[in-house]
Design a protein around this ligand. Sequence first.
Ligand code: GRF
Length: 209
Amino acid sequence: MEGSNNSGFVRIAVFCSGNGSNFEALVRASRKRKFCGEIVLMVVDNPNAFAIKRAERLKVPVLFINPSDFGSKKDYEKLLIKELSLWKIDWILLAGYMRILGPDFVKKYRFRIVNIHPSLLPSFKGRSGIKDAYEYGVKVTGVTVHFVDEGIDSGPIILQKAVPIREGETIESLERRIHRVEHKLYPEAVRLLLEGKCRIVGRKVVISG
Ligand code: GRF
């Protein structure tokens, strides 16, 4: 599963809808050569996303396509696929992208789309993984990096890291600690993927070396 185009150079697009802190962590990691790929594009679906400001600061090109300009998700994603192939994108990293990708899109990039989720999947899927875990009262939550399939937060798990919830901790403190873990775990997962160290066996990701 080593990922590279014909030139042997891995080109990555990061999809965002909001803050973009994972995007920034990924760009910084790639520039420090923590993994052998370059983030050549940010895709956003929200013109007000703070992630755009981060991309401008980091000099990463931004592609904004407004989903509401299209009659259907299929049409929106058709244009997205066209743009991604013009940009010669090999890998797609979702980082706070608040849309469910359609089946055609997932099929086109199967095992080349990765997501980060702020809980220990399969617990607390969906939009508010941190809050849901906190309110449920679990003592341990965490972060999951996984492949994207047709479901919601349901694809094969690449890496996970547990984050214990401290007695009396506020949700803001938990959020900060989860994000700190995310900013390390996501680049590490990308490194393993791009070095060809992840093999898919059934629905499991087996990591070697
Ligand atoms: C992260 O918590 C990520 O796990 C989830 O959305 C959040 C995005 O944060 N999918 P940011 O936009 O990267 O700061």
